[in-house]
Design a binder for this molecule. Structure first.
Ligand code: AMP
Length: 113
């Protein structure tokens, strides 16, 4: 299996503006930001999409949610942000390696479209 683009960021084969990293996940600025702040929080384990996560990933998924709080605190956006996980083609997922979009710095609308 070929590496995902995010595995190449993790291994430093591709440069990224990294804002956080630990043994389980990495966060870096999106290359094509959809808001003034657009960071991706990516699992180091390659789970292609959220719907393919299993019971054994429970601790990892919990960790990821808590790191959203840490990263938003670090970026000074802790009171106003949106998180998005695109799952599958109809949700416009393009990179099949689990990641959370963290967006902030502008007004968001609902429904999201
Ligand atoms: P998704 O469409 O939910 O799979 O999101 C994938 C995201 O990865 C998109 O917002 C892309 O702009 C972003 N992306 C793709 N390649 C890179 C890269 N090398 N560095 C940072 N972000 C990237």
């Amino acid at each position: 299996m070929s590496k995902t683009i995010f595995e190449k960021v993790i291994s430093r084969e591709i440069k990224a503006d990294i804002v956080y990293e630990d043994n389980w996940c990495i966060a870096f600025h999106d290359i094509n930001p959809q808001a003034p702040v657009h960071v991706l929080l990516v699992t180091k384990k390659v789970i292609p999409k959220l719907s393919e996560a299993s019971e054994e990933d429970a601790e990892l998924l919990g960790h990821l949610m808590l790191k959203v709080a840490d990263v938003t605190h670090k970026l000074n956006i802790k009171d106003n942000f949106r998180v998005v996980i695109n799952n599958g083609p109809m949700a416009c997922q393009t990179v099949y390696h689990l990641h959370i979009h963290i967006l902030s710095g502008r007004m968001f609308h609902w429904p999201p479209g």
